[in-house]
Write a protein that binds this ligand. Structure first.
Ligand code: UTP
Length: 290
């Protein structure tokens, strides 16, 4: 079975749920304490053995490229001031991975964004890490999905059970247990109405797809919200060949929604080596007043 070497990070969305923060600043660049969301995602891909990454951007998102580039003036200043530690950290960001960029010229949906990666991906399976979904795990979630792809040779989606209310905003999967946290998926639906819910398992943030997905995407008409939905294309894959769902082990933070951003900052902040202790004391103090 082919090893997964490439990953695509779609980060071209408008981020309307976190406006006004995302007006001039990509939501993927919003910081969790001191590191932008997309850096956590690139690090997860690298830790999963990914060698080449394509980030799908759009107008107004050049800060994403700047973040993973060298910053000569800043670096020289840090060195001149003897700040070796932060200098090393800043330089290491630009050496994290081999990253390419392509622009999605119109925000026509996640499926359309993935289609922009066709030439980059070529004829190999590839991982998709949604640019606004940060997932912290001891064993990287992207790697958990790659393991399943390499074992079963079928497209893989990261799934989690969500509430009945939430599933109507996400997607719903028809699942059959395989073993442990693995499921066979034979059907799915994007943003189901209550009568169309197949199970409370929804795709959250990660998948590994075979290159056939591009042929399907090219024929996929606009769906919910007038956008080309990746779920509609994966539905075909699930119906024809079947897919594997991995109920992944990890904590996901939805950086595309205001509560998700706050949860990420609080939880990462509590563990932060520099400010964690004082943040904990602060939270204890403030919680007495709640
Ligand atoms: P979302 O649906 O969460 O992002 O897409 P959005 O469209 O920015 O959200 P709202 O509803 O306006 O707040 C999941 C991922 O897919 C990317 C987004 O950047 C996000 O990382 N995406 C979405 C694209 O790259 N292109 C698109 O056309 C849509």
């Amino acid at each position: 079975m082919k090893r997964i070497r490439k990953a695509v990070i779609p980060a071209a969305g408008l981020g309307t749920r976190v406006l006004p923060a995302s007006k001039a600043m990509p939501k993927e660049m919003l910081a969790i304490v001191d590191k932008p969301a997309i850096q956590y995602i690139v690090e997860e891909a690298v830790q999963s053995g990914i060698e080449e990454i394509l980030i799908i951007t759009s107008r107004g998102k050049t800060t994403v490229e700047d973040h993973f580039d060298r910053a000569p003036e800043l670096e020289a200043t840090l060195l001149a001031r003897g700040k070796q530690d932060i200098y090393d950290e800043i330089v290491s960001i630009s050496n994290l991975a081999n990253i390419s960029y392509i622009r999605q010229k119109e925000t026509k949906g996640l499926g359309h964004a993935i289609l922009c990666a066709k030439a980059f991906v070529g004829d190999e399976p590839f991982a998709v890490l949604y640019g606004d979904d940060v997932i912290r795990a001891d064993y990287p979630v992207c790697r958990q999905l790659c393991d399943a792809y390499e074992e079963f040779g079928l497209g893989v989606v990261g799934i989690k059970e969500v509430s009945e209310e939430a599933i109507q905003k996400y997607s719903s999967m028809k699942v059959q247990p395989v073993r442990d946290n693995l499921f066979k998926i034979s059907d799915m639906i994007e943003k189901p109405t209550p009568d169309k819910i197949m199970s409370l398992y929804s795709i959250l943030g990660r998948c590994v797809l075979p290159p056939e997905i591009f042929n399907i995407l090219e024929k996929t008409p606009a769906g919910t919200g007038g956008e080309i939905q990746l779920t509609d294309a994966m539905k075909k894959l699930a119906q024809v060949k079947g897919m594997i769902g991995v109920d992944f082990v990890g904590k996901r933070y939805d950086m595309g929604n205001k509560l998700g951003i706050l949860q990420a900052i609080v939880e990462v902040g509590l563990e932060h080596k520099e400010v964690g202790e004082s943040f904990r004391s602060y939270l204890k103090e403030i919680s007495k007043t709640l």
